[in-house]
Design a protein around this ligand. Structure first.
Ligand code: 0L1
Ligand code: MG
Length: 261
């Protein structure tokens, strides 16, 4: 899908207003392509970056990025075929073992991921999983709480990207490990809700290796004119599909070698 930008400054501002209001008010909106059928993936990223600029201007702090729609299970679930990226802010973090309020979310769903923390800058094009592994300080298990702001989950890639790839909250836990000390290509994970297993999967579900999810992200950043700075926190993409949660649910992800969160 095209990264060319087609919408005017005015339209981008208008769509950024719509996404900002939906995120702040936890109000579902219709997908953006209903009103802008010619919108491209590049327009979706232009809205996402305009939103990031607004939040940073308001004093929110970026800690890194997330890769989205990186597994076949997630792509099949959402009916799309292209992975995406989204930004992560410090105030989206929730500490392990704490409750997460859902009144300020529209359709909260959980998925388990491996998060990478880098100690060397990475840049595209042609960033590889090997380059990501070499630039990784440590990995930690994580749960992402995604929240699509689109009514009835009716969206397309352009709309999801504008909505920051459904980013909402994330929690880390377990044990931080050096990437060389674990075989990241085949780590098992069990996602549990209220003590019952919801899904079991292996980390290879993320594009064959979770570092591939991070490499994809770096290459998309390059297309958007950016690099990944050292010290970035990067969620590499969901290993399982996403599961809806209700207030009162207890969610736990148990990772082989990395502990649970
Ligand atoms: O984290 C992700 O995989 C992004 C998901 C975007 C679509 C959705 O809301 O499921
Ligand atoms: Mg995710």
């Amino acid at each position: 899908m095209s990264m060319t930008r087609t919408l005017s400054e005015h339209d981008i501002e208008h769509l950024t207003d719509r996404i900002e209001a939906a995120q702040l008010g936890a109000k579902a909106i219709s997908k953006l392509t209903d009103d802008y059928p010619g919108m491209t993936l590049g327009d979706g990223y232009t809205v996402q970056l305009a939103l990031l600029k607004r939040w940073l201007a308001k004093g929110r702090r970026q800690v890194g990025w997330k890769a989205g729609l990186t597994s076949k299970a997630k792509m099949d679930q959402m009916g799309v075929r292209v992975p995406t990226i989204g930004f992560l802010l410090a105030d989206m973090f929730r500490a392990e073992g704490t409750s997460v309020t859902t009144q300020d979310l529209v359709h909260p769903r959980v998925e388990c991921e491996i998060a990478f923390v880098t100690n060397t800058p990475l840049s595209g094009p042609n960033c590889t999983a090997d380059a990501v592994m070499a630039a990784t300080d440590f990995v930690v298990p994580a749960i992402e709480i995604i929240d699509s702001r689109f009514s009835g989950f009716k969206f397309d890639l352009q709309s999801v990207v504008a909505d920051n790839s459904s980013s909402a909250r994330y929690a880390t836990g377990g044990r931080a490990r050096l990437p060389k000390d674990v075989d990241l290509s085949c780590l098992g994970v069990v996602l549990e809700k209220n003590g019952e297993p919801l899904a079991m999967a292996a980390s290879a579900a993320v594009m064959g290796h979770p570092a591939e999810g991070v490499a994809m992200l770096v290459n998309v950043l390059h297309e958007l004119g950016m690099d990944l700075p050292a010290g970035s926190f990067v969620m590499s993409g969901a290993i399982t599909e996403a599961f809806a949660v209700q207030p009162g649910d207890f969610i736990c992800a148990r990772f082989q070698e990395l502990g649970s969160t």
